[in-house]
Write a protein that binds this ligand. Structure first.
Ligand SMILES: NC(=O)c1ccc[n+]([C@@H]2O[C@H](COP(=O)([O-])OP(=O)(O)OC[C@H]3O[C@@H](n4cnc5c(N)ncnc54)[C@H](OP(=O)(O)O)[C@@H]3O)[C@@H](O)[C@H]2O)c1
Length: 330
């Protein structure tokens, strides 16, 4: 087994640890005005700060957040945890959702070029920094033609030194291709895990020299062994009332048994070489493409340590990848 080295954010030359940390859950609770939870339930900020610092000590240099996560709270907690070490890391955040910080609500979206600047100014303040390393459009279904204007706005922000690079967080290769035409586009952020492959997006990353930043690398907790069928999740956790785009969980009854059965079928492959299930899920991603940078979410020091522990164990083998495809009938 070979430890996995750093990876580069596409054509930008920005180097990051092969494992990033996703800061959605540490934003705490937030919701839509009609009560749909959008966070992962309650969090302990002190534990979040300890977890980020532990990740830094274990070699993690890439953190992904969004202005929307906890309506600004995730950005603030991340800034507090990083402190002076901000200079040593690559920070990615996102814009596009309109937030009400006082009421912790996501009240809508705004895809105007003017809003990019407003949102960035607010994120810079919360992140206590003078630039964002990777700025990402959070509206996965925004109109692709219109989005070309947002790409051009991002190029202006690069010239002004306010951001170093940008990306679109989307699962649609055609949309990702619109941003890919910009010289400082670094990546596509998209869903990828052993249960939910994305061959077309990976092909686009290869052709366009972009990084593939992998959200939901642990299938929102299904690939960790931490979920069981029939066990309802806490109210306030988005998985307790999953929106249509969130498969694998059922309203009020937790993890979907069919998904858990597929995880079980993969267990021997993923836990090879002394890996835990979560570490095996990350190892699958590194083996899937040299461009992947998984960003697992976390909410404790224990999760940070387990996930960072995957780095030393390196990727799965090509034979194990093929075996996983066979087991899943792909
Ligand atoms: N539209 C977008 O741009 C978008 C969408 C989704 C995610 N993201 C980004 O991607 C990141 C990760 O994706 P995700 O949040 O969807 O889910 P994920 O990384 O697939 O799963 C994260 C969750 O799994 C559990 N977990 C993590 N490590 C564990 C471990 N070692 N052992 C047991 N359980 C563990 C934690 O939840 P529990 O402890 O509650 O089980 C954690 O919150 C997010 O934080 C965010 O930065 C972006």
């Amino acid at each position: 087994m070979e430890s996995i080295g750093n990876r580069t954010l596409g054509r930008t030359g920005i180097e990051v640890s092969a494992l990033g940390f996703g800061c959605w859950a540490i934003g705490g609770e937030w919701a839509t005005p009609d009560g749909q939870p959008l966070g992962w339930g309650k969090v302990d900020d002190e534990e979040s700060v300890r977890a980020v610092r532990r990740a830094l000590d274990l070699g993690v240099t890439f953190f992904d957040t969004a202005d929307a996560y906890g309506t600004g709270h995730s950005e603030r907690v991340l800034a507090r945890a990083l402190g002076k070490r901000r200079a040593d890391v690559v920070v990615a955040t996102k814009w596009g959702n309109v937030i009400d910080e006082d009421r912790r609500l996501c009240t809508g979206s705004d895809d105007s070029p003017a809003y990019v600047r407003r949102a960035l100014t607010a994120s810079l303040r919360r992140l206590d920094t003078d630039h964002v390393d990777l700025y990402q459009l959070h509206l996965s279904d925004a109109d692709p033609e219109w989005a070309a204007r947002l790409r051009d706005t991002c190029e202006e922000l690069v010239r002004e030194g306010l951001i170093r690079s940008y990306a679109w967080s989307t699962d649609d290769p055609a949309r990702a291709a619109v941003f890919a035409r910009g010289p400082h586009c670094a990546a596509v952020q998209h869903r990828l895990n052993v249960l939910q492959d994305a061959p077309e997006l990976l092909a686009l990353c290869e052709e366009s020299n972009l990084a593939s930043i992998n959200r939901s690398p642990l299938a929102m907790g299904l690939l960790t062994g931490g979920q069981s069928a029939g066990r309802a999740l806490e109210a306030g956790d988005i998985r307790s009332a999953p929106p249509a785009w969130l498969p694998g969980f059922r309203r009020d009854s937790g993890a979907d048994p069919d998904w858990l059965a597929r995880v079980d079928a993969l267990r021997d492959i993923l836990t090879s070489g002394g890996r835990t299930l979560a570490q095996g899920a990350l190892a699958w991603l590194w083996a899937r493409s040299p461009r992947t940078v998984p960003i697992p979410g976390f909410r404790s020091v224990a999760q940070a340590e387990e996930n960072a522990g995957a780095i030393a164990r390196g990727p799965l083998t090509a034979a194990q990848l093929a075996e996983a495809d066979r087991v899943l009938g792909r």
